[in-house]
Design a protein around this ligand. Sequence first.
Ligand code: PFF
Length: 446
Amino acid sequence: MEGQRASFGGKISAILVAAGSAIGLGSIWRFPYMAGEHGGAAFLLVYLLCVFVVGIPVMLGEFAVGRATKQNAVGGFRSLSKPWRWLGYNGVIGALFISGYYYVVAGWSLEYLVSSFTGLYSSSASFSEQFSAFQLSPRQAIYTVAFILLTHLIIIRGVEKGIEKASKVMMPALFIILIIMAVRVAFMPNAIEGYRFFLNPNFKEAFSADTIFTAIGQAFFSLSVGMGCMVTYASYFKSNNNLTGTSFSVALLTLLVAVLAGLVIFPAVFSAGLEPAEGASLIFVTLPEIFKDMPLAQLWSGVFFILLVLASLTSTISFHEVLTAYFAEEHKLSRKAATRLTSALSVALCMLTLFWTFDVDFAGLHLEKISFFDIFDYTTANILMPLGGLFTCIFVAWWMKKDFLQGEMTNHGKLRGRAFPLLYFTLRYITPLLIVYIFVKNLGLF
Ligand code: PFF
């Protein structure tokens, strides 16, 4: 089996592809949108904490399972312990739910990339009107399907050629472009207000149950952990990969992008007198407001949305791969057939999100126009992924013998693994207790 299975080239490749999965709409679209709604700097502070205390240990646990077993998420957990295969299914369901709305937002970025050059800046309608009009037009579905196709084409070329090559070019480009943007925005009038909002925490607000709950969900989502994605990717790592180093590098790169995105978006929002709690449309409505007053508006806008498309693509590839590897290996489909099935399911789920809303009228509760967009987003980031993370901790640090994680962290004695005692302790006690605490606190039980 091992001989036939593909693997990623070297150390840098492993970091690049895993960071490619992690860095995406989660850091550039979702992070500012959540931070804007949950107190800015307070949210950043709790998010930082969650990345270190929860994100890195869980990612390491997933890496260990994936590389030790060299299988998809379900096969990986199952081959270590049969009853735990359901943890892999949690990931498969998570990947399906994410597919159901992530491509829609990725489609928005594709639309904005194109319209940067074809009318976004020459229309007489406001940007907010243009965003609403786009959401009502059939173009939204077309761009969503186009994005699924783009992902499909990369996946169909296979693990090494497709994923690795794509990430190697996209990741460095992403950093360079973000840094240029952050520097440009610093010279805008009133930018200081944005820095204050994003960097100067109000401690009273920082530890509200809601902020913590949202921040931990954001940490899971942005690091692609808690749903078997890193299990799947690590199954392609080489046996000499330093898993601890890789997990730290991936988490730090992701953090850097999220912070850079905040440093681009909030000064820009305040400079233009806009609202940070705009919601899911935040970057799509506010950034064009800024670009329009800059020289070469179309170019700046095009560059930003190219960046968003590239970052999204390396992430869509990764959850597509969770499903493709699962269908291919667990249901004995050819890779081609598994890729096609995954893409077809993604199209179906996105159509559900785009064309169906429903009302809830139950036991005095009346909610109108509920859409699958919010259901998929909320359940994956706030429920499936934290629960997946919690059980990954229990599996790796309680169910498996201590040697399992130690062996993977030290490459069976070849590395020193000085961080092992601390990370093992964190995985065994701190991370699971923190996740449980946050769930209980959010339910208002104490
Ligand atoms: N981490 C990705 C992002 O921040 O955009 C989203 C994601 C990818 C979540 C893959 C989960 C996953 F398995």
